[in-house]
Design a protein around this ligand. Structure first.
Ligand code: HEC
Ligand code: HEC
Length: 319
């Protein structure tokens, strides 16, 4: 009997030692580096592209990269980063050659925005979304805006503060979350005459509504969004700037727990202005009003959401 205990003790000690070594390995290794994809790209910065890029960036980039006074995309402390992931600081993405992205080529920017890998091989953890399926034209518009005369992107000498990933974040980036592959074929712009296709593109690739509105970032499928757990049925627990949890809502067309009874007008008001039907309290951060969505985009998103499977999932509003 004594011998059995001794053997058991050895096994427990060995397992504990392996766990400690593994934990130390993750802590020491940190976020893994990748070989950045070399993208051969030279974009023509036309005024139309700059204008559209500015519109897209107002909904896709500024929320995180705008400084505290809202004057420049020179970065800030992201107080809404889930505490379990550590501390995040959005970088200075103005044209400054020293402290911003002034020296990045179009190809380096494209590679980073799509895959999350910087020119030096550093990978950005889930602090920043990746845009694997953004159309080549939308990407060209955003990169054109980054090189434009817009005062928000004028060189700023603000020094970017490095993020401080927690052990848990390092763990995830070593075992579960990997850099996304760079697309191997061109990605065409969505057909604006096909509302369902345009809506699908907006929900999955351009605004990535599905990412926040499915069950959890951890069970999302970035490359095949429909396969995300609870696709668009809400429940993802998102912190606001005070770390209070604001769960995302069910935006499938389930009559009872989703938006099945909403008219297009109800939907448009909620998404573009944060105003809810029936005098319910206004929508809170992180659901910033998408002020610059076109009416066509809103209608397309509404029409597309009607076509996806309705899921019964009542989400407590956390009020
Ligand atoms: C949810 C927040 C968030 C959003 C949205 C976001 N970013 Fe970021 N971004 C970050 C954070 C945080 C970093 C710093 C990451 C790091 O250094 O590890 C970063 C880093 C970057 C960098 C690298 C800068 C450098 O010097 O290393 C670029 C380029 C960039 N973002 C561009 C964009 C663009 C363009 C958009 C819009 C299409 C965007 N980001 C949207 C949070 C965000
Ligand atoms: C950064 C995460 C995030 C993104 C991206 C996002 N949402 Fe939301 N959304 C939320 C949160 C959180 C709420 C709940 C806000 C509240 O309860 O005050 C919400 C609420 C809503 C509601 C209200 C539903 C209800 O029943 O209360 C609608 C409609 C909606 N979002 C549509 C969209 C659409 C369409 C997109 C893409 C264009 C989108 N959201 C992108 C986080 C997000």
């Amino acid at each position: 009997m004594k011998k059995v205990f001794k053997i058991l003790l050895y096994i427990v000690a060995a397992v504990a030692a392996i766990i400690v070594c593994f934990a130390a390995f993750i802590q020491f290794r940190g976020i893994p580096n990748y070989t950045p994809t070399k993208v051969d790209l030279k974009i023509e910065y036309t005024p139309q592209r700059v204008e559209e890029g500015k519109r897209l960036a107002s909904m896709l980039c500024k929320k995180c990269h705008m400084n505290q006074d809202g004057t420049s995309v020179s970065g800030k402390h992201m107080l809404d980063c889930p505490a379990a992931f550590g501390e995040a600081f959005s970088a200075n993405i103005t044209q400054d050659k020293e402290h911003g992205i002034g020296k990045w080529t179009d190809g380096e920017l494209a590679a980073y925005i799509r895959t999350g890998v910087k020119p030096n091989g550093n990978y950005v953890p889930p602090y920043m979304p990746k845009f694997p399926h953004l159309s080549d034209e939308d990407l060209a518009c955003i990169i054109s805006w980054l090189h434009s005369e817009d005062p928000a992107v004028k060189p700023s000498s603000t020094v970017s503060i490095p993020c401080e990933p927690s052990w848990f974040c390092k763990f995830l980036c070593n075992v579960a979350i990997k850099a996304l592959p760079y697309p191997t074929a061109p990605i065409a712009q969505a057909d604006t005459n096909d509302l369902v296709a345009l809506g699908k593109y907006c929900v999955q690739s351009r605004y990535q509504c599905f990412a926040c509105h499915s069950a959890d970032f951890a069970t999302n499928n970035d490359l095949q969004p429909e396969l995300s757990k609870g696709y668009c049925a809400g429940g993802n627990k998102m912190p606001d700037y005070t770390q209070k949890i604001i769960p995302t809502q069910n935006i499938t067309f389930d009559d009872e727990t989703g938006i099945g009874k909403w008219s297009l007008e109800d939907f448009s008001k909620a998404v573009k202005s944060g105003i809810m039907p029936n005098n319910q309290p206004a929508l809170r951060y992180p659901m910033d009003p998408y002020v610059n969505l076109t009416d066509k985009e809103v209608e397309a998103i509404y029409v597309y959401l009607k076509t996806i499977p309705k899921i019964k999932n009542k989400v407590d509003r956390g009020v």
